[in-house]
Design a protein around this ligand. Structure first.
Ligand code: KPL
Length: 293
């Protein structure tokens, strides 16, 4: 199949490499102006792939968007006329809130949402390291998307494991809850994920989780407080040495995903008239840091 990877950062490059090694044609769409880019994943042979090629994009059967949430809408707006209306669009990023505007932008395309736990790190623009094997959950967000379950086999063959979710909102909310708990706290305190297992952070974590659970229930998402607390503790331990994406963004003075993580939670809480003042204060702190630059 013909795949376009829009935003070939660490995760996008991992998918580009995996799909190419599985025999698919890959074209990239990135901020870089070169018409070809090289990607080498782990010790595989380096791949040279077309970049910003309008014709290749137009011929793409699948457009895998691995841009960070704040850049998805602006990135795709500039590509509207170059993406075929039959192309399956897959959004894969941390956070929520891009599906509706993207759906309005591409009303005739099948639209899928994905969340992944693969670890990838790009030490240089050409190199990507697959630092942690994970899984990817995929599901539809419009009726055309519901006809695209077959894509799971294609993706699973390239970078297992990939599972189809008939209710992808559940999987996205589970990931959002983890990100609401870990990302702002690690960014504000400038610590790695493992530091959050210290006693000093337990009160804050519980406040975040209490509010998240209330909003998830209002959204009709199945969640149990104790199970979620356990999952978050497990992720903190399993990724103890890692710095969260938000900690890294804030440390490098890059736009963070706060509007699509805690910001999305706050927007849904407002809709249901739920008080999420603890998460609101974390949101304000991150915004304050960003505005101080
Ligand atoms: O997804 C993550 C992130 O950093 O954005 C977690 C799960 C918190 C791992 O670091």
């Amino acid at each position: 199949m013909n795949f376009a990877i829009v935003g070939p950062g660490a995760i996008g490059s991992l998918w580009a490499s995996s799909l190419s090694h599985a025999g698919h044609n890959i074209n990239l769409w990135s901020r870089q102006t070169d018409n070809q880019l090289t990607i080498q994943c782990d010790n595989h042979l380096p791949l040279t792939l077309p970049n910003n090629d309008h014709q290749a994009l137009k011929n793409s059967d699948v457009v895998l968007v691995t841009l960070k949430a704040p850049f998805v809408l602006s990135g795709l707006k500039s590509l509207v006329e170059h993406i075929h209306s039959d192309a399956i669009i897959v959004l894969m990023h941390n956070g929520m809130g891009t599906a509706e505007p993207v759906s309005s932008l591409f009303p005739n395309n099948p639209l899928l949402l994905a969340t992944t736990t693969h670890g990838a790190y790009r030490p240089t623009p050409q190199h990507v390291l697959h630092t942690g094997k994970g899984n990817t959950q995929l599901g539809a967000t419009n009726s055309l998307g519901h006809q695209c379950e077959f894509i799971v086999d294609v993706l699973n063959n390239a970078l297992p494991t990939v599972e189809w979710h008939s209710n992808i909102q559940q999987a996205l909310w589970n990931k959002l809850a983890i990100n609401c708990a870990i990302n702002p706290l690690t960014a504000i305190n400038n610590v790695n994920n493992g530091t959050l297992s210290q006693q000093a952070y337990q009160y804050d974590l519980q406040q975040i989780i209490n509010e998240v659970v209330e909003v998830m229930h209002a959204e009709a998402i199945a969640v149990e407080m104790q199970a979620l607390t356990k999952t978050i503790q497990h992720v903190i331990e399993a990724t103890a040495a890692n710095y969260s994406s938000m900690q890294q963004d804030i440390a490098h003075r890059r736009t963070s995903e706060i509007d699509f993580i805690t910001g999305y939670l706050i927007a849904r809480a407002k809709h249901h008239q739920i008080d999420v003042s603890f998460n609101q204060s974390l949101y304000n702190s991150i915004k304050q840091i960003e505005q101080s630059w």
